[in-house]
Design a binder for this molecule. Sequence first.
Ligand SMILES: [Zn+2]
Length: 102
Amino acid sequence: MSKENKKSRWKWPLGVMATGIAGAAVVILRGCWHGKMSWPIRVQEHSYQVCLGCGIKRLFDEQDFRAFGPYSYDLNRLMAWKRMQHEKALRETAASEQRPAS
Ligand SMILES: [Zn+2]
């Protein structure tokens, strides 16, 4: 696993040089561009993908089969973000139910 990571990390810098300063800055800071995400990993009720280049994580929706939300190296932060979205949705539903139906 870690051997694979090292190999793909070295392939990145050449390709990214052409994509501009912003891209290069990301590569210098993070060593990658998140072009290669792992297959979804399931932890309890959450699914997420891990970048094979730098290890950044992103939540994954198994129903829609797509990634969503922000990128973060801290899975706890992603889970907190998801919880926040969920609570926001609940609040919005509650608010619309309080409105008189017309
Ligand atoms: Zn990455």
